[in-house]
Design a protein around this ligand. Sequence first.
Ligand code: ASP
Length: 408
Amino acid sequence: MKKLTLPMQILIALVAGIVVGLICFFAGIPQFTANYLKPFGDIFVNLLKFIVVPVVLFSMIDGILSMEDMKKVGAVGWKTVAYFLVTTAIACVIGLVCASVFNNAGFFPVLDTANAEYEAKAFGGFMKTLVDIFPTNMWQSFSSANMLQVIVIALFFGGAILAAGEKAQLCRDIVSSFYSVIEKLMSFVISLSPIGVFAYMAWVVATQGAEILGSLALVLGCAYIGYIIHAVAVYSVSAKVFAGTSPLKFFKGAAAAMIFAFTSTSSAATLPVSKECADKMGADSDISSFVLPLGATINMDGTAIYQCVATVFLASCAGLELTIGQMIIVVVTATLASIGTAGVSGAGMIMLAMVLEAIGIPVAYIGLIVAVDRLFDMGRTCLNVTGDISCSLCVSKWESKKAAKAKK
Ligand code: ASP
């Protein structure tokens, strides 16, 4: 019998998880999934978290070394960041438009804000965030899995190894040897992903089933419409226009990472799967090694859409209509907040506080949507990783065209 491909196994696990979740939900035993199935999902996500720091570190250094000079790293870097920024700004606009349409049509419920409780973390401001990107102690960055700092460390080490030339040969060999080991480890952990997908899906459906049917269904629906529009209109179109990949091939190729992100709600944890998908679709491995870890850390279009939709919804609960000026503030702050969001479960909701504060909505109102955050998170993480994959395809194509031109 032919062995099922991994995307197929993941898809079957997803459907099986939904079925088992529904059975437990209607049988009134959601606790079974929380007590006995979710722990298997947790084990799987723990394994991914355990490899994510070495994956980001070594894949980025390896990517930089394969590009051979810092000029090429710079060229790839600015194209990547430009793609991320433009698509995130578009995501904010899509989120705001969808939310305004829903709000004006009276689809958003008006919830009682009297008992809303949520305590936001204090933000140190932009300059403090900038300073904190630079590590003082790299072991601390590794142990706290501070991905932005890990990326900075990778950039410095990659650049320094290139600059040291022949003398750094041993370092190059060590990086490439470590990376081969980590690749093996990744593929082993990824092969277990159907188990994680099944366990998490059953748990979410069984425990959040009531919420899906509850009053926030339309707000969730609005965010998901935004996610879908963005995936189709921005990612599949840019993959087609810039990288020549048809939408069908694109979504089929990205499916494993998308489903995995959907159930794990962590872009960082999905990184190994995204890398496999991007490379299979023809991304240049050196480039995807650089683009994907960066994207899993700073490129969060799903999060940006969610933050815009949530802001319009919470504003309407507060009895406020956003002015055009406030909407512009939302676009700017949601873009920055999504960049600052870590690629882990629930981080986007924490950063939502920054957007709300910018336009004077009480942060405590986040309490109104906290119960269903995981449901928003599933879709936004799925979109976040799709954007990273699409970017790696586009940048690979731009670079290969540039190389072909230079040869002529
Ligand atoms: N969970 C998202 C991610 O990992 C971040 C978020 O919470 O928005 O991409």
